[in-house]
Ligand binder design. Structure first.
Ligand code: FAD
Length: 447
């Protein structure tokens, strides 16, 4: 039966969801707070590019738009580690040619909005959701001149980490669970411009990481030859955003800490102070749905820190799961939404935890010889026993058939086993022996 859907927020997830729904013949409108980004100029320091991986790709493929997205994606086959001593190391994401993709968030969002409109979705810009009347399912939006009231059969809140739809739900419904947690680190974007004739000044097909213990810099390639760098850095302490107060201090710090980036970022000190510092939050809430009238999706339901590169991928997977449930339950939206939140809440919680854990891996461990040995042992074992062991990174990033909650469980088991293996005497020299392999098999058997 044809329904009137209103989606709040034309970000990545809202735009994708609208395509899924309109393709089923429903009437779909998106109300978006911002003006149309296809007509606006990019704001400096807000050029985020994202890692798109298999879960997100599966959702884009399912509705047949991955070919268009490929045009704006750069494959990254591994991590290029920039060590503190100036040496470079390369860690492939997998032996089977696996890769993740660097995509500009803005370009991806624009493309999704255009595809949505081409398929019949109406997007109304400059409309801010202010209030929802849950009894009548009427949403109040404010635009530049007036307040507009809109009725919908079903409302989706895809308005991001600071969702107004979620807040309205929380304020008007008893026993709504809500939890937010800011980490003590913020992030700042910097840009390595393209070299001559749009050339890349570093390896193009890699995610670059400068792990420095308590903090890190990363860089992802853009199709114009530039790299967007993101500094994940403490707010307080030494060094921190608070401790670097002058341009001289910034230059001195970068020369000492990220020396190879200094000649590549000509406007480093200016950009450091001109570009905003943004915070990093995890949001958990429950319930995500109300009867057959309302559902939260994407960051509005589960905002996570970006260290596993999964926020958008997880939101895209929400759309995919919802679509499968529509196939399963047809027009029974009460069942569809109930099952959607039952399936996705544990997975949202799991990826939130995995993402927090991965910060320590990226900023600290990827440069640590003992961690690298551990990864080598895991890779060799998993090659020999693929049905017994798939590394957690591969489960999350390259295995959409494995749920995030399952990946979290097995990552905990694997980590416990590896701690015992790494504690074996002279493991650096013995790791390829049969005894170590037997030990891993026996530890796995008791888990
Ligand atoms: P958003 O993209 O936030 O979109 C929400 C939309 O709602 C916006 O357009 C907003 O204007 C609109 N809106 C807000 N309030 C209202 C209102 N009251 N009324 C109407 N409209 C409203 N994810 C990955 O998968 N891979 C990565 O590599 C990755 N890297 C990241 C790096 C950083 C530094 C950050 C911060 C995030 C990263 N993410 C990554 C996460 C990813 O950006 C988010 O998960 C994704 O953008 C969520 O999409 P969304 O549509 O749910 O929310």
């Amino acid at each position: 039966m044809k329904k009137e859907f209103v989606i709040i927020g034309a970000g990545l997830v809202g735009s994708l969801l609208s395509i899924y729904l309109v393709k089923r013949g429903h009437n779909v409108k998106i109300y978006e707070r911002r003006s149309d980004m296809r007509e606006a100029k990019m704001i400096a320091g807000r050029s985020i590019n994202l890692a798109l991986s298999d879960r997100g790709i599966k959702a884009l493929e399912q509705i047949g738009i991955m070919d268009e997205i490929k045009e704006i994606a750069i494959p990254m086959h591994g991590r290029s580690i920039h060590n503190g001593d100036g040496t470079l190391a390369y860690q492939a994401y997998g032996d089977d040619g696996q890769f993740i993709n660097s995509v500009s968030r803005g370009e991806l969002n624009k493309k999704l909005m255009t595809l949505a409109e081409d398929k019949g979705v109406e997007i109304l810009f400059n409309h801010t959701c202010e209030k929802i009347d849950w009894k009548k399912n009427i949403i109040s939006f404010k635009n530049e001149t007036a307040e507009i009231k809109v009725h919908a059969d079903l409302i989706f809140g895809s308005d991001g980490a600071f969702s107004a739809a979620r807040l309205n739900y929380q304020l008007q419904n008893d026993r709504f669970q809500y939890q937010q947690h800011y980490i003590d680190f913020g992030y700042k974007e910097l840009t390595i411009p393209a070299g001559e004739n749009g050339s890349f000044q570093m390896e193009k097909n890699a995610l670059h990481i400068w792990p420095r213990g308590n903090f890190m810099l990363i860089a992802l390639p853009n199709i114009d030859g530039s790299f967007t760098c993101t500094l994940f850095f403490p707010y307080e302490g030494d060094p921190s955003f608070a401790s670097l107060k002058t341009k001289e201090e910034v230059m001195h710090f970068f020369e000492k800490t990220f020396a190879d980036t200094v000649p590549l970022i000509p406007t480093l000190a200016e950009d450091f102070f001109n570009n905003p510092t943004a915070s990093l939050v995890t949001v958990k809430c429950f319930p995500w749905v109300l009867e057959d009238k309302f559902a939260l999706i994407g960051d509005a339901a589960h905002a996570i820190v970006p260290f596993f590169g999964q926020g958008m991928n997880c939101g895209f997977e929400d759309c995919l799961v919802l679509n499968d449930l529509i196939d399963k339950h047809a027009d029974d939206w009460i069942t569809i939404l109930q099952e959607y939140q039952q399936l996705r809440k544990p997975d949202g919680d799991a990826i939130a935890e995995l993402a927090l854990n991965n910060f320590i891996e990226m900023r600290d461990k990827v440069g640590d010889p003992s961690f690298l040995l551990q990864k080598k042992i895991e890779t060799a074992f998993s090659k020999k026993y693929p049905e017994k062991w798939k590394p957690a990174y591969a489960q999350v990033t390259f295995s959409p058939q494995i749920r995030y909650s399952q990946a979290l469980k097995s990552s905990i088991v694997q980590e416990k086993i590896m701690q015992q293996i790494m504690a074996l005497p002279d493991i650096e020299n013995n790791w390829q022996t049969e005894a170590v392999e037997e030990k891993m098999l026996s530890l796995l058997a008791v888990k």
